[in-house]
Design a protein around this ligand. Sequence first.
Ligand code: SF4
Ligand code: SF4
Length: 165
Amino acid sequence: MPGSVKVVVRPEASASYVRAISTGLGITLKHMVKPKKQTQQYPDEKWDLSRRLRGTHRMATHEDGRAKCVGCGLCPTVCPVNCIKLIPAEDENGERYAAVYEIDEFRCIFCGFCQEVCPVEAIHLGVHYENAEYSRERWVYDLERLTEFEHPFTALWDPFDPASE
Ligand code: SF4
Ligand code: SF4
């Protein structure tokens, strides 16, 4: 069955617009007395983020500032999008460390696998989302940048602790 067509009749030149103007003014008045909707004044006001937010990575450090990573290779192995670059090395005492450690945050899908597998709790996702950049290269975070961050580590969802307590 064909749809019906509504024919709109163009008003005559002598038609009164009083009713239309009154309706418009009525809507304006209604909005003047209605409680205002709140607009968040970002970036002066920030979101109250969940502790479980999986955002920007952070590398944990020892007291002397060294990165905790021992270059085991688990996180680049488990990363589903292959966005972690690791070149491990060994110091004079035979201790392993990451000579190069980079995460391409642009490619990362924030799954949290890297944090979950890390045997020394070195790499973490963080409660942080403000990482806009002007160039694609700046999205590759090196070890220096990852250790400089100070935002809180994420509380990954734990089925035995669903309330993150
Ligand atoms: S959060 Fe997931 S995708 Fe991102 S670096 Fe870690 S393992 Fe890779
Ligand atoms: S899993 Fe942890 S220790 Fe192993 S390479 Fe990744 S960050 Fe380093």
